[in-house]
Design a protein around this ligand. Structure first.
Ligand code: HGY
Ligand code: MN
Ligand code: MN
Ligand code: MN
Length: 400
């Protein structure tokens, strides 16, 4: 029986950058394809039948795909220089839990599947949870076909290049209808479990989350001959907006982060003509999230007027608060020794599915609390306790 440690050691090197130790496992790139091949071969070795749905999500079935299935899993893609655990811990733990159930001869009363959702981070194409949102219809195929990576490669072209047929992407109600319950195990992205002293927790909610594309258009000019008063420097407006976003988030008890920044022409002795950046904001409720983004948009425009810089803001995606199914939440908490129940600000495929099927999340303690960075961690003992908790939950749900 392939335990967690062996599976973890197999997956760990795939997509890890030698220089930073972070991960660059972006959808449809060779590292992602290697991760998908590992998933398929491991699932097959566990006796599961593996298929890929019209959106590229991988499904490994114990028993024929059928109604009221218990589905578990997560994602294998990462953010740029992300940690080892965000996503993979859920996938590996799911396969290890299935391996444990099969080793003890468990007989299921309904199908059980492990899923690997594509493009959960949105790190290559910008839209998070793309695989689960296409499955549920939360994102249309037309919207997905518009997406391009920083090199201009479209979602469909990248999917085709990875050997998959992108012609049929879109909602898959028949497949969604098979799911009776979805459970995602995930490394905690924070220190809540450290503070409560528990190795495993159960998610109560996911904060509302939004992403907006900001564009600051100024005027390129000579860094050594253009007087300050004559400049239309987008870097100035951008910098002021970043500082203002931090202030607005603090006022609203929310979070705001600018990333994915590009500067043109990005010379050493030329004033930039254009700055593009993405704002990621999260808040305890949608009203606060709206307040932050409206305030940041306003201050960016006002500062742009002062600097002679045109500011354009384009909404990319927003997700409302996710309150996980309270009965399932409490059932799992009791099943796992009264595990603490806690919210998260991190988005997950479980958040997308929770609008359609009873969904729960298990968190595994992260001593550093760090995530989306190489410092992300969970101890081997806690990982095994997470697998044991997931095994208990899956056995309960799939045999009752
Ligand atoms: O961005 C998020 O919150 C998630 O980790 N994808
Ligand atoms: Mn993540
Ligand atoms: Mn994740
Ligand atoms: Mn996720």
């Amino acid at each position: 029986m392939t335990g967690f440690d062996e599976l973890w050691r197999e997956l760990l090197p795939i997509g890890r950058a030698a220089d930073t130790g972070g991960y660059r496992r972006f959808s449809w790139t060779p590292d992602d394809v290697s991760g998908r091949e590992w998933f398929a071969s491991t699932a097959a070795s566990l006796g599961l039948s593996v298929e890929v749905d019209r959106n590229g999500n991988q499904w490994a079935w114990w028993g024929a795909p059928g109604p009221d299935a218990v589905v578990t899993g997560s994602h294998l893609d990462s953010v740029p220089d992300g940690g080892a655990f965000d996503g993979p811990l859920g996938v590996v733990s799911s396969l290890a839990a299935v391996g444990a159930l099969r080793a003890r001869g468990t007989t299921l009363s309904r199908p059980l599947a492990v899923v690997n959702f594509v493009e959960e981070e949105g790190a290559r194409f910008g839209l998070p949870c793309l695989g689960s949102r296409l499955l549920t219809g939360a994102v249309s195929p037309d919207r997905a076909r518009e997406l391009r990576d920083p090199a201009g490669v479209t979602w469909a072209a990248a999917m085709d290049a990875a050997g998959l047929d992108a012609s049929g992407i879109g909602a898959d109600p028949a497949r969604l209808g098979l799911i009776g319950t979805f459970v995602e195990l995930h490394v905690e992205q924070g220190r809540g479990l450290v503070e409560s002293g528990s190795p495993v927790g159960v998610a109560s909610a996911i904060w509302p989350h939004g992403r907006w594309r900001f564009e600051f258009a100024g005027e390129a000019n000579h860094a050594g001959t253009t007087r300050l008063a004559d400049r239309r420097d987008p870097m100035l407006t951008f910098a002021s907006t970043v500082l203002g976003a931090r202030e607005q988030a603090a006022l609203a008890g929310a979070l705001a982060t600018f990333g994915r920044v590009s500067v043109e022409p990005n010379g050493t002795n030329a004033i930039a003509s254009l700055v593009r950046a993405w704002l990621d904001s999260r808040a305890p409720d949608s009203a606060s999230l709206e307040r932050v983004v409206e305030a940041v948009t306003t201050l960016a425009a006002e500062r742009g007027d002062r600097d002679g810089v045109k500011v354009t803001v384009t909404p990319e995606s927003t997700t409302p608060v996710v309150e996980f199914n309270a009965d399932l939440r409490d059932e799992l908490s009791a099943l796992v020794g009264g595990a603490p129940v806690l919210p998260t600000g991190a988005g997950h495929d479980a958040g997308v599915l929770s609008a359609h099927v009873p969904t729960a999340m298990l968190f595994v303690r992260n001593p550093t609390g760090v995530s989306h960075a190489p410092g992300e961690f969970a101890t081997p003992d806690d990982c095994v306790l997470g697998v044991e908790a997931l095994t208990t939950v899956l056995e309960h749900l799939a045999t009752r």
